[in-house]
Design a protein around this ligand. Structure first.
Ligand code: 3K0
Ligand code: CA
Ligand code: ZN
Length: 348
């Protein structure tokens, strides 16, 4: 072997390749985020993290699945409450992340909520109260197929939709936040073109992921009463708090609900230093999650758009999810009687 004769050149080449690799961000492990964003959780890392937290806090955290993604991944969820294995008559909250594949920080937000509740229980009196007095549901990533696809090659693909093929088309993917069943495709807030970023799917609920969310929420109706009082779906980006309607200019018809949406929305935005508005004011969407949540179940449902850019570097996860947490804390505090914020506790 003549290895010695080209040793120095080879060493230099290896060093150059390594530097370039670090710069371009080759995946740090199969299926992981690019090395420069290793602070983000891939699907496998998310699963490991939530299992570790649940194992460390078995009395207050229970993991379960709400169904499977198109490609068969488990859609992981957690319940957090005292007496977690019992269904107590307490106000319930629901948080979800990951509808849009590339909005990875929304998944980090759901993990942060779980960590905050689990680690604070028994230490932070405010958290302990929240865990004792409410039941919190967290759906960590509704679109794991899409998020994996977005990050796993080592270069972000800017992918938004799920990974479900559309019959009769070569284009892949449905925008999950246009596939919900209330006034699906009604109002020019989605696209019927399978190539579009906001493709609503061939029919309402055509995506297994939205069906899983629907069935879970429908299942929280007990003795005719929806247990979930308030919901936040995390997206990115824009540093915004949004509420229904998304499909039309008018606010919701019920005066108290309209006032509560605005009051809670603005207060959450103040906590986070975000802007607040009815979803329609940003732009029209139809078949989205918050309109369905409110119309079908009268859940006080919000969209929170985290962060100020599409791909916040992992150094910013802490700072940006902290803002989200300030909003979440406010909402949880008012879950037992949201109408109190408009001086109408009698409605609770
Ligand atoms: O409720 C809403 O207004 C959803 C807004 C959301 C969407 O689905 O268009 N914005 S995002 O796609 O930039 N995350
Ligand atoms: Ca409980
Ligand atoms: Zn989104």
């Amino acid at each position: 072997m003549r290895r010695a004769s080209f040793g120095p050149a080879r060493t230099a080449l290896v060093a150059a390749v390594m530097a370039l690799t670090a710069l371009l961000g080759a995946p740090s492990a199969a299926g992981a985020f690019p090395a420069y964003d290793s602070g983000y959780h891939s699907y496998a890392e998310m699963k490991r993290e939530i299992k570790a937290i649940a194992a460390a806090h078995p009395g207050i955290v229970r993991l379960f699945s709400i169904g499977r993604s198109y490609q068969g991944r488990t859609l992981w969820a957690a319940k957090v409450s005292d007496h977690v294995d019992r269904d107590q008559d307490e106000p319930e909250l629901l948080f979800d992340g990951g509808h849009h594949a590339r909005e990875h920080i929304s998944v980090e937000m759901t993990l942060r909520i779980l960590r905050w509740l689990a680690n604070g229980y028994g230490h932070d009196p405010a958290v302990t109260r929240r865990v004792n007095q409410t039941e919190t549901w967290i759906v960590f990533n509704l679109n794991p197929d899409g998020s994996q696809y977005d990050h796993r090659s080592g270069t972000y693909r800017n992918w938004r939709k799920n990974r479900q093929p559309t019959p009769g088309s070569s284009r892949i993917g449905t925008d999950l936040n246009r596939n919900y069943g209330y006034l699906w495709g009604c109002c020019g807030g989605s696209s019927g073109d399978p190539a579009s970023e906001t493709y609503r799917g061939p029919r309402k609920w055509s995506a297994p992921e939205t069906r899983a969310m629907r069935d879970f929420v429908n299942g929280r109706v007990i003795d005719g009463e929806q247990q979930i009082v308030a919901h936040v779906t995390f997206h990115s980006f824009g540093r915004l708090v949004l509420w229904p309607w998304a499909h039309k200019r008018a606010g919701v018809a019920n005066d108290a609900d309209r006032a509560v949406f605005s009051k809670l929305g603005h207060a959450m935005a103040n906590r986070a230093d975000y802007r607040a508005m009815q979803s329609y004011e940003l732009y029209v969407t139809d078949g989205d999650e918050i309109d369905w949540m409110y119309r079908r179940h009268r859940i006080l449902s919000f969209t929170i758009e985290l962060a100020d850019r599409r791909y916040p570097p992992d150094e910013l996860i802490g700072r940006e999810t902290k803002r989200g947490l300030l909003a979440v804390r406010y909402l949880m505090h008012h879950a037992p009687c949201p109408y109190e914020v408009i001086g109408r506790s009698s409605l609770c």
